[in-house]
Design a protein around this ligand. Structure first.
Ligand SMILES: Cc1cc2nc3c(=O)[nH]c(=O)nc-3n(C[C@H](O)[C@H](O)[C@H](O)COP(=O)(O)O)c2cc1C
Length: 194
């Protein structure tokens, strides 16, 4: 059975469109895959600052707090390594991804662990994974300059070696019930094919 890592990042709890769609997908697929869930809000992943950056480097002289951050980062990376496919929720908040998803990205982008630099440039060290990104939005942004999320996630996932990335869009969720329902159904169908 293949392993799927689900990464949730909405802050909207039971009102979240991405969490609802992903929970439906989990319910329908739980007998077909080994599914691991990572909610980037709970437990909270620390914001990248000087202290966190110190925990993620090669330094072995860590404070107790930094050792816990290093362990969390190691666990997040292990979850990816153990997965065949990642299903990542990426709601649009103020034109970008939730802070919680950015925090997850900041803890999995580890020099010497998930990427390295060579004379030819950066090389991603995570191999053989597929990612499916479910991105929910109140407005319509796909293929517009306002869609920063698609390029950003394709770039940063590629940077750590995850280059097989598919996007599923549920857009216009604040543009009336008809559009929202049509978009949610389209996303449901796309997810069912994953
Ligand atoms: C704080 C906040 C900021 C938002 N910013 C945007 C935005 O910049 N563009 C947009 O189209 N929708 C925006 N929305 C609408 C969300 O993208 C929409 O509610 C979507 O369903 C969020 O996914 P979720 O329900 O899984 O959290 C925003 C919603 C919230 C709560």
């Amino acid at each position: 059975m293949k392993n799927v890592l689900v990464v949730k990042s909405s802050i909207l709890g039971n009102y979240s469109a991405s969490t609802t769609l992903i929970n439906e997908w989990i319910e329908s697929q739980k007998n077909s895959y080994n599914i691991t869930e990572r909610d980037t809000s709970n437990p909270a992943i620390p914001v990248l600052d000087a202290n966190v950056m110190g925990a993620l480097g090669a330094n072995e002289d860590l404070t107790t707090e930094q050792a816990a951050i290093r362990e969390l980062s190691d666990n997040l990376i292990t979850e990816i390594q153990q997965a065949d496919t990642l299903l990542i929720a990426a709601p649009m908040y103020n034109f970008t991804v939730p802070t919680q998803l950015k925090n997850w990205i900041d803890l999995i982008a580890r020099a010497g662990v998930t990427f390295k630099y060579t004379e030819q440039g950066p090389v991603g060290l995570i191999e053989g994974k597929k990612a499916v990104v479910l991105t929910t939005r109140g407005g319509m942004h796909k293929d517009q300059p306002s869609d920063i999320i698609t390029g950003y996630l394709r770039t940063v996932l590629g940077f750590v070696g995850i280059t097989d990335v598919e996007f599923v869009y549920a857009e216009g969720l604040a543009m009336g019930e008809d559009i929202a329902n049509a978009q949610l159904n389209q996303a449901r169908t796309a997810l069912s094919l994953v």
